[in-house]
Design a binder for this molecule. Structure first.
Ligand code: GUN
Length: 292
């Protein structure tokens, strides 16, 4: 079988060039989209993600505002920052990087963000709009990116059996809703750590979305011939041969799974670049909403 490696960098570039056109149009009307990214603490992976998000904004001409708060910040201090950003007309999108330190109530922070500025799509109002398929809501960036990858790769989702492995609010649940809804029209199963005979459930799938957060969890025996596999995982595993001492692997054992697939994404170079591209798109959407 001729396997298609879906190039997330290439598709992300296409999304970003669409973003550039929209930003130019907004700037012509005197509007500069603005995104504020809040990082609490010094989680190394989060620091990398936040840095990439800010850099991408600058590249595109989106006003980028990065706020780094110490690990010991209190709930009240974080809430006060969110409130200030809610009231700042130059900021159209607010993102508080997850996960925050353990003493912070993340759900309360998400609920405090003005839903019109919630470019992550995590606020209950935006979750409800996703369920209702109301286009005035924000779709979470990673699952939105996966849908775009499937579309650009020419993968038919309508009528397909899709299995989403993982039930997080950031990926698994919204992913299942998108695949099931009008944009996907797939028959969707959500599998997770308690699923009985997870391998047998996955083998039914025409489309597997791996978002369980376990390195190389999906092995060849779990994937049927000709399936499409989208790997959302970003796991750091030790690798003495690397200067940094670690390497990034996905939730899929790529080398053994890829030969069975019709199409597959890699880690890195798959879903990762799409998440940032979709965040840029959501920020532009926020700037458009704010200006009627
Ligand atoms: N941490 C990992 N992915 C995400 C994301 O999409 N948004 C936020 N806020 N935090 C994350």
């Amino acid at each position: 079988m001729c396997m298609q490696k879906i190039d997330g960098k290439l598709v992300a570039e296409k999304v970003l060039s669409e973003c550039k056109e929209q930003i130019a149009e907004l700037k012509g009307k005197g509007i500069t989209p603005g995104l504020s990214v809040v990082l609490i603490g010094e989680d190394p992976a989060s620091m990398v993600y936040v840095g990439s998000k800010a850099r991408k904004c600058e590249e595109l001409g989106i006003f980028s505002h990065k706020i780094v708060m110490p690990t010991e910040s209190t709930q009240e201090e974080v809430m006060a920052v969110v409130e200030e950003l809610n009231n700042d007309p130059a900021i159209h999108g607010i993102l508080v990087q997850s996960p925050p330190p353990a003493h912070i109530d993340e759900e309360a922070i998400v609920r405090a963000i003005n839903p019109a500025k919630d470019v992550d799509g995590f606020h209950p109002e935006n979750v409800a709009k996703l369920v209702l398929e109301d286009p005035t809501g924000y779709v979470p960036c990673t699952p939105a990116g996966c849908m775009r990858l499937l579309k650009e790769a020419g993968i038919e989702t309508s009528g397909a059996e899709a299995v989403v492995i993982g039930r997080s609010m950031i990926v698994g649940k919204p992913m299942a809703l998108l695949l099931m809804g009008k944009a996907g029209n797939a028959t969707v199963t959500i599998a997770h750590s308690r699923t009985k005979d997870l391998a047998a459930v996955c083998r039914r799938a025409d489309i597997v979305i791996a978002a369980i957060g376990k390195p190389e969890f999906v092995t060849a025996d779990m994937v049927k011939d000709g399936a499409t596999v989208i790997d959302v995982g970003i796991n750091r595993v030790k690798d003495a041969s690397k200067k940094s001492g670690y390497k990034l692997v996905g939730d899929v054992a790529f080398d053994e799974v890829a030969p069975k697939c019709k199409a597959i994404t890699s880690v890195p170079g798959g879903v990762g670049p799409m998440t940032i591209a979709m965040l840029m798109q959501n920020t532009i959407q926020a700037a458009k909403f704010a200006n009627g």
